[in-house]
Ligand binder design. Structure first.
Ligand code: ZN
Length: 183
């Protein structure tokens, strides 16, 4: 069967990258589960100099009045580069948003609360694009270790060492002066 190799090496796009017809999936109230590696999301990967981790969840399409909507619920972990110590930092991702899917940007101002407008150009959008949209809004532009997970390998003493060093070089003279004046 010489053709079998050709078949199996054909690139298989992940299901979350498939463009969905927003009119059809919203009228059918379709739901799609996903589990996506962040490095596979081009716009998320392009914004950070290092990104890893994954997010999993579900997208539920529905209608609100005459508008297609999507609720995106996702949990996971983003691993980015801490901009202080340049080491990886794990950032929890936990998000639930309701999006109004617009076919042109003109309607963005008319989107009612609690929906956030998202452009679905040509009436199509993929689960990956919805997840990416939300991640771009929720991930920090400058990732940093937090108080609960401080920079492990940061040279924490580097800045502080200089102050004591100066103090040490000045204090002996001050101390000596005191000693001399007491004698
Ligand atoms: Zn750090």
């Amino acid at each position: 069967m010489p053709d079998s190799d050709t078949y199996y090496t054909r690139p298989m796009p992940p299901p979350w990258s498939k463009p969905l017809d927003i009119e059809r999936v919203s009228r059918g109230e379709a739901a799609f589960e996903f589990d996506i590696a962040l490095e596979d999301l081009a716009r998320v990967a392009a914004r950070a100099d290092q990104v890893g981790g994954n997010v999993a969840g579900i997208v539920r399409f529905a209608r609100h009045d005459d508008t297609a909507t999507a609720q995106v619920v996702m949990h996971g972990t983003a691993i980015m580069r801490c901009q202080k110590c340049m080491q990886p930092v794990s950032l929890p991702v936990s998000s639930s948003v309701r999006l109004a899917l617009l076919q042109d940007a003109g309607g963005a101002g008319a989107v009612p609360e609690p929906f956030e407008p998202v452009l679905a150009a040509g009436g199509c959008i993929s689960v990956g694009e919805l997840v990416e949209e939300e991640l771009l809004l929720s991930l920090p532009i400058v990732p940093l270790h937090g108080a609960d997970t401080p920079c492990g390998l940061a040279p924490a003493g580097a800045d502080e060492d200089e102050t004591p060093a100066e103090a040490v070089t000045q204090r002996p003279f001050a101390a000596l002066g005191k000693l001399l004046s007491q004698k």
